[in-house]
Design a binder for this molecule. Structure first.
Ligand code: UTP
Length: 228
């Protein structure tokens, strides 16, 4: 399969340790060993939000906040590529064309971060998925799927196993789309995946093994598709 994995920065850097990077790297290696081709798009996590908060303090523009946060995604991506050792190139490409070229011309796992202001790494994942004709986008996040209300605030929230893109868009369209706050998925990214008929799987990646399970089709999260 051709897979784009949107790997939340909070997962990778929530516990900021070598061991945590290695836990995720081992899973990506196992997926690669099964013959799947992968682009891993690494998010910014807390450090990106810390930078955005400082920029907020002197009323920086959204463009500036996004611009700064992108650099932190690159740092996370470079560190993750290094943790993957021979499985990935150390060089982190920062344009869609270069990333796609790297994907097409190299058997290794491709790792990248953000690309342009006005979106999150989920938006990058959707655009790359379109460019490489991905079979699926896996969004590894810190909630176990899509709920009818925020499970961190409502213990009675219900999780959806399947959603159409239209239903998903309705649920997340209440989210603010701003630096550091793009929520569960980037709205522009949903449009792309719907247009291209590329399934989106939202899973709880706090246990990295869930990412491997998702690739094996044994996911516990929410599958978003055209539903036809
Ligand atoms: P993330 O993709 O990590 O954003 O990028 P997020 O959804 O806010 O955070 P997670 O998923 O909970 O970790 C971090 C920030 O980097 C900027 C945005 O400001 C985003 O919030 N960014 C990222 C861009 O401006 N453009 C990109 O292409 C990627």
């Amino acid at each position: 399969m051709r897979i784009v994995l949107s790997l939340g920065g909070s997962l990778l850097t929530g516990i900021f340790s070598s061991d945590n990077f290695v836990r995720y790297a081992e899973v990506i290696k196992a997926i690669s060993d099964k013959g799947h081709k992968l682009i891993v798009v690494v998010g910014g996590g807390k450090i990106a939000r810390d930078y955005i908060n400082v920029a907020d303090g002197f009323n920086a523009s959204d463009f500036d906040k996004d611009y700064v946060a992108i650099k932190l995604t690159w740092a996370n991506a470079a560190l993750f590529a290094s943790a993957l050792g021979d499985y990935a190139e150390t060089k982190i490409n920062i344009s869609y064309d270069d990333i796609v070229e790297q994907f097409n011309n190299c058997d290794k796992v491709v790792v990248c971060g953000g690309i342009a202001p006005g979106q999150s790494t989920d938006g990058v994942s959707a655009k790359l998925a379109r460019a490489i004709g991905a079979d699926i986008v896996i969004n590894a996040t810190d909630v176990s799927g899509v709920y009818d209300s925020d499970p961190r605030l409502n213990v009675n929230a219900n999780k959806f196993e399947n959603l159409t893109f239209d239903q998903f868009r309705k649920i997340i369209s209440k989210n603010e789309q701003a630096p550091g706050k793009y929520g569960l998925f980037d709205l522009a990214g949903i449009d792309i995946l719907q247009d291209e008929n590329i399934d989106l799987l939202v899973i709880d990646g706090t246990n990295p093994n869930e990412i491997l399970q998702a690739v094996l089709g044994e996911y516990k999260g929410t599958l978003i598709s055209l539903g036809e």
